[in-house]
Design a protein. Structure first.
Length: 239
């Protein structure tokens, strides 16, 4: 489902300052929406730092992580479900070249392929990724995970899974409990998180059936916590 508000907001977030003020330094809350599948119907998204750890949390109306994409038996054309935290972080802060697009943490499930670091297996579990997103009209929702061109030699993090995408596969503790999904990351690795702004999104992605760029598209947006992807959340710091 193409979402022009989402596309425009993400594109703008990558090039200009967002309209954010200290008064908006709160979790992003959303009213329940019966039209959205309960496991993806975001009611609150937060990022809180606790000592040396940043905790990303999304709460939904139903049971988080309950629904998963169907297995297709092949890579091309397969689907990915994701809980996503778009942020104002720069791609250079997560190990890629700077200013490559919109940096987001995503917890994903995809039963048809593995993309763990160092050749590991992760196709049958929910797991975290850093992804860099950019506008692409060829995708159903107008957005893609940024492709790495053939013969290009970009800067990549140590846990890059070796696929031609700006995607990282760090082994962050990830937990589903009732209506919530939590991810814990070391603040020391991404110091800029302390001043970041964010939003919450649930979405479906799809691998290009022809395995050409764009390789991984955002094909459907289930819900945006703010409604407009204005990234109104501000990371809260606790002692």
């Amino acid at each position: 489902m193409w979402n022009p508000i989402l596309t425009g907001a993400l594109a703008a977030a990558g090039t200009v300052s967002l309209w954010l003020t200290p008064a908006l330094a709160h979790p992003v809350k959303a009213a329940p929406d019966q039209a959205v599948q309960a496991s993806f119907d975001i009611v609150e998204t937060t990022i809180i730092t606790k000592g040396d750890t940043a905790v990303f949390t999304t709460r939904v109306r139903g049971e988080a992580g309950k629904d998963k994409p169907d297995t297709t038996g092949k890579f091309g054309g397969s689907s990915v479900y994701a809980y996503v935290w778009p942020t104002t972080l720069d791609s250079g802060e997560i190990g890629f070249d700077s200013k490559q697009g919109i940096v987001a943490l995503a917890v994903t499930f995809h039963p048809d392929f593995d993309d763990a670091a160092y050749g590991g297996k992760n196709r049958h579990v929910w797991h975290p990724h850093w992804v860099v997103l950019a506008k692409d009209a060829a995708c159903g929702a107008g957005l893609k995970v940024v492709d790495i061109a053939k013969d290009a030699k970009p800067k990549v993090p140590k846990t890059w899974p070796g696929v031609p995408l700006l995607i990282d596969s760090p082994d962050y503790p990830t937990r589903f409990s009732g209506d919530a999904v939590d991810v814990e990351i070391p603040v020391s690795l991404i110091d800029g998180i302390k001043g970041a702004s964010f939003d919450g999104v649930t979405a479906g992605l799809k691998v290009n059936g022809n395995l050409h760029a764009p390789l991984l598209c955002v094909s459907d947006v289930f819900k945006v916590a703010s409604g407009t992807l204005s990234l109104p959340g501000k990371v809260d710091q606790t002692r």
